[in-house]
Design a protein around this ligand. Structure first.
Ligand SMILES: Cc1cc2nc3c(=O)[nH]c(=O)nc-3n(C[C@H](O)[C@H](O)[C@H](O)COP(=O)(O)OP(=O)(O)OC[C@H]3O[C@@H](n4cnc5c(N)ncnc54)[C@H](O)[C@@H]3O)c2cc1C
Length: 409
């Protein structure tokens, strides 16, 4: 085998998936993460203000996310995921109070578009056709420039695009949305079953992965920030002055901004979009799916778990400077309407992830590097590398698998 030992810098999903593939190939791994807890942008923590454990943000998986499910299966955590168990997407229009549930049918032929009980009210079939053109519009095409305005767009495609790309549709890459659609809606309802952790992101993805790695003698170093990589002769020769031997390699799986400082000259995404989550300490009826999409409100997706209601606002740069109390009050009026909850507002918490994802624009997509680098023993991983997908769990996990396969070839 080419490498006996690999250092993985970053214990987010990309780093963990690389570590798991390498460990499965019989290679010794050491995982370094600067944070005291693993998981990066996909983690749970105890929030002292609300007195509950929270996720850093609501995360939704689709059954078409095959790498994510392979990851969960490997660590024995598929059963920790919950959800409706069927392709069910309830929505409410805040302006009109109208409610509907989108239910894509199984199979590739989208006959749900013709069914009143399954489709978006007011939608016309011809609005769906441009969805098929998303991947064919060329690298500079935007979502808003490709899709046709109408009720299907406003009430389904736009909310899905903002959720998947975390970027305003006017600037978001049509090709990246097309890649998501090709692995979900275009395959039919079987690939669109939504799921989220029953308990928390860490309990589903992170803790089982760490346990799996430790059972294979991996070394996990938390609170261990890597500040310097030395290079010489076309390879990495030291991590923070600790020599990297000839039979050792490095997977750099930090966020893009950190990778760019550790590897001067690296071209990587340099524009980001925020995601805001507003959590309320209250009970509510989770409904059929456990979440509802809102159209025309401030809140976009409202998730209900026992004792906690959590709201996501994507493409959140426009709200980043809003006063948390104002935002919580504004979002609460949407939440109270959709969940039919009485005022006044319960205890709340606003979490702003400023650099939640790279801005999924055509220009930023072009800045994404491949996993393989000019250094023979260093590969990149992360949702910001050239995965062909937007910054998602699926993309992050696939990037880790790619990094591992480069090193084991
Ligand atoms: C609020 C929010 C909601 C989201 N919702 C969804 C969703 O619904 N569905 C979906 O699929 N995706 C969603 N995502 C995206 C998903 O969380 C990310 O794509 C994924 O977690 C990125 O994983 P990663 O390993 O690439 O990066 P990260 O998770 O950022 O991991 C990088 C790791 O590197 C560590 N690190 C940084 N600097 C150093 C250093 N110098 N030395 C050592 N370690 C270092 C960090 O501590 C971190 O643990 C969401 C993201 C956010 C923030």
């Amino acid at each position: 085998m080419k490498y006996q030992h690999v250092h993985i810098v970053g214990a987010g999903l990309a780093g963990l998936s690389a570590a798991m593939d390498l460990a499965a190939a019989g290679i010794a791994v050491t995982v370094h993460d600067s944070s005291p807890a693993a998981g990066g942008r996909c983690r749970s923590y105890f929030d002292p203000q609300l007195g509950v454990r929270l996720d850093n943000g609501n995360h939704l998986l689709l059954s078409g996310n095959r790498a994510a499910y392979a990851f969960l299966d490997r660590v024995g955590a598929r059963g920790t995921m919950g959800g409706p168990g069927a392709p069910v997407f309830p929505f409410m229009d805040i302006a009109t109070g109208e409610r509907w549930t989108v239910r894509p049918n199984a199979g590739r032929l989208p006959w749900w578009l013709f069914s009143r009980r399954r489709r978006v009210p007011g939608a016309r079939l011809r609005e769906f056709l441009p969805v098929l053109a998303l991947s064919r519009g060329g690298p500079d095409a935007t979502v808003a420039g490709t899709l046709r305005p109408g009720e299907l767009y406003r009430r389904l495609l736009e909310p899905l695009a903002v959720a998947a790309l975390n970027t305003p549709p006017e600037t978001a890459s049509a090709a990246l949305l097309g890649a998501v659609m090709n692995e979900s809606l275009a395959l039919g309802g079987d690939a669109c079953i939504p799921a989220y952790p029953k308990e928390g992101l860490s309990e589903s993805f992170i803790d089982p992965a760490i346990a799996w790695l430790q059972a294979r003698d991996a070394t996990i170093l938390l609170g261990s920030r890597v500040a310097r990589l030395d290079q010489s002769g076309g390879r990495v020769t030291a991590i923070d002055a600790q020599p990297v031997g000839a039979d050792e390699a490095v997977v750099l799986a930090t966020p893009a901004t950190v990778a760019a400082t550790l590897l001067p000259g690296l071209e990587a995404p340099d524009q980001f979009e925020a995601i805001l989550n507003v959590h309320y300490r209250c009970d509510a009826d989770p409904g059929e799916a456990g979440f509802t999409g809102l159209v025309g409100g401030t809140a976009e997706w409202v998730f209900v778990k026992p004792g906690i209601v959590s709201v996501t606002i994507s493409a959140g740069n426009r709200w980043i400077n809003a006063a948390p109390a104002d935002l919580a009050a504004r979002v609460w009026s949407d939440v109270a309407a959709v969940l039919r909850l009485p005022q006044p507002m319960p205890p709340w918490r606003v979490i702003k992830e400023k650099r939640a994802t790279f801005a999924a624009t055509p220009a930023q997509d072009r800045r994404r590097p491949a996993g393989k680098t000019h250094l023979t023993n260093l590969v990149l991983a992360g949702d910001w590398t050239r995965t062909g997908l937007p910054a998602t769990i699926e993309g992050a996990i696939r990037s880790g698998c790619t990094a591992a396969s480069i090193l084991t070839q």
